[in-house]
Design a binder for this molecule. Structure first.
Ligand code: SF4
Length: 386
C-alpha cells in the first residue's frame, strides 16, 4: 500500500507512480525546501528501482589529465594553470604510455581523459594521446574529451565538429564524458565560463557524437551562483536532447552525473565566499535528477566529489552507479575535495552492499564485466527498464 504523502507532493507522487513525465513547474516544486527530503528520496527510489532494480554499478577505471595548462579561465576551476606557472605540466608520450601500462596492470576497463586547452599544443598531440593509448592498450575503453575540448580541436583544425569526432573515433575514442556542461542558462554560463563552448555547441557535439554511434554522459555543476530555475532548465534541456536523439533512433546519453561545486582555490568560491553544497543539497539534486530525467538510464553518485558517505546514501536517493575505483583524479582534489585518491574494489563493493544494493561491475558501455584468474572479459549488456 502506498505510504501517505505530504499534500505538497501528492500530485507528483501520482505522476511518478503512473510513470508520467514531470513538468518544469513540478521540478521547481521539488526544489522547494518545503518538500521533505525523505519523501523526495522515496519517490526517486521508485524510479531508480523501476529502471535498475537493486543494482549498484561500479567500474574499475583511472583518470588521465594530460595537461592542466589552459587558455580559458573558468571562474570555478581550480585545476587549470597558466603556461609559466610552477604547477603547470604537459605530458609527453612516455608518461602517457606509463599511465596506460599502470591502468592495464590494475585491471582497468576504462580511462577517463580530459584536461586543459594548452596554448601551444597542436591538434595532433591531442589525437596522439588517444591513438597512443588505443594502439598500445586496446582493451582500455577511452572515454575522452568534453565538448569544450572537441570545440577547441575544431578551432585548431578549422574543421567541423563531426570531422573531429570521426577523426578521434578512428584514433580510438570510445565515448565522451559529460563535462563542460556546467549550467547551460546564459545568465549563469556568461558569469562562470563566458569564453568556452556555449550550450548550443555543447549539444551540437553530443548530437554529432550520438549520430556517429558514440555514447556519452552528461553533467551539471550546481551549488554556486545558479538558482533552482537554472537547474531545472538545465535538466529539461538534457531531457529534450535525449528525446530528440531517441526519435532519430540513437541511444544518446547513458548517465547523468550531478557535480557539486567545490569552492577552494578558485575565483568563484573565493570572491563570492561560496560554501560547498551540504549533503542534503547533494541528495536533493540526486533525487530531482532521477525524477526529471525519465529518459536517461543511469544516475551516478560520483564519490570523489560527493564524499564516500553521501555517495553511499545516494544509492537510496535515485543513484544506481557510484563511478569507479578512480586513480590520479586532479580536478576536484585541486578544488578542495578531501576524498581518497583511489578506492579498492573491496571498498566499493562493501559500501554498495551496506546500502542494501547488489554490486555489479560494468564497463563504460554498461556491459557486465566477468573477472577470473585469467583476467576480465565482457558479459552481456545490462538491461534497463524504460
Ligand atoms: S574548466 Fe576546463 S576549460 Fe575551464 S579553465 Fe578549467 S581546464 Fe580550462
Amino acid at each position: 500500500m502506498p505510504r501517505p504523502s505530504s499534500d505538497i507532493l501528492a500530485p507528483i507522487r501520482d505522476k511518478v507512480e503512473a510513470g508520467e513525465r514531470l513538468t518544469f513547474d513540478d521540478g521547481l516544486l521539488l526544489e522547494s525546501p518545503e518538500v521533505p527530503l525523505p519523501e523526495l528520496g522515496e519517490l526517486a527510489n521508485i524510479v531508480r528501482e523501476r529502471k535498475n532494480g537493486n543494482a549498484g554499478y561500479y567500474n574499475i577505471n583511472t583518470h588521465l589529465n594530460a595537461t592542466n595548462i589552459c587558455v580559458y579561465r573558468c571562474t570555478f576551476c581550480a585545476f587549470r594553470s597558466d603556461l609559466r606557472d610552477a604547477k603547470g605540466y604537459w605530458m609527453q608520450d612516455e608518461e602517457i604510455l606509463k599511465r596506460g601500462a599502470e591502468a592495464t596492470e590494475n585491471g582497468c576497463t576504462e580511462m577517463h581523459i580530459v584536461g586543459g586547452l594548452h596554448h601551444q599544443a597542436k591538434y595532433d598531440w591531442y589525437r596522439k594521446v588517444v591513438s597512443l593509448l588505443h594502439d598500445n592498450y586496446p582493451s582500455l575503453h577511452l572515454k575522452a574529451w568534453t565538448p569544450v575540448e572537441i570545440d577547441w580541436f575544431a578551432r585548431l583544425t578549422k574543421k567541423p565538429i563531426r570531422w573531429v569526432l570521426e577523426d578521434q573515433k578512428e584514433a580510438g575514442l570510445g565515448s565522451l564524458p559529460g563535462g563542460g556542461a556546467e549550467i547551460f542558462h546564459p545568465e549563469i554560463r556568461g558569469q562562470i565560463c563566458e569564453h568556452k563552448a556555449d550550450s548550443s555547441r555543447w549539444f551540437e557535439t553530443h548530437r554529432e557524437a550520438h549520430r556517429l554511434g558514440l555514447r556519452s554522459n552528461c553533467t551539471m555543476l550546481y551549488g554556486h551562483i545558479e538558482q533552482p530555475y537554472h537547474r531545472i532548465d538545465h535538466l529539461i534541456r538534457l531531457r529534450d536532447h535525449q528525446d530528440a536523439m531517441n526519435a532519430e533512433g540513437h541511444a544518446g546519453f547513458q548517465t547523468y552525473i550531478p557535480l557539486a561545486f567545490h569552492p577552494e582555490n578558485n575565483k568563484l568560491g573565493e570572491e563570492r565566499k561560496i560554501k560547498k553544497p551540504s549533503a542534503l543539497m547533494d541528495l536533493r539534486q540526486m533525487a530531482i535528477a532521477r525524477l526529471m530525467l525519465d529518459n536517461i538510464d543511469h544516475i551516478k553518485a560520483y564519490w570523489i566529489m560527493l564524499g564516500v558517505g553521501t555517495a553511499q546514501l545516494s544509492l537510496a536517493y535515485g543513484a544506481d552507479d557510484i563511478d569507479g575505483t578512480v586513480r590520479h583524479e586532479l580536478i576536484y582534489h585541486d578544488a578542495g575535495a578531501t576524498t581518497p585518491e583511489v578506492m579498492s574494489v573491496e571498498q566499493i563493493q562493501r559500501l554498495i552492499r551496506e546500502a542494501g544494493r547488489e554490486p555489479i561491475e560494468r564497463d563504460t558501455l554498461y556491459r557486465r564485466v566477468d573477472r577470473g584468474a585469467e583476467g576480465w572479459k565482457l558479459g552481456e549488456k545490462i538491461a534497463v527498464n524504460a
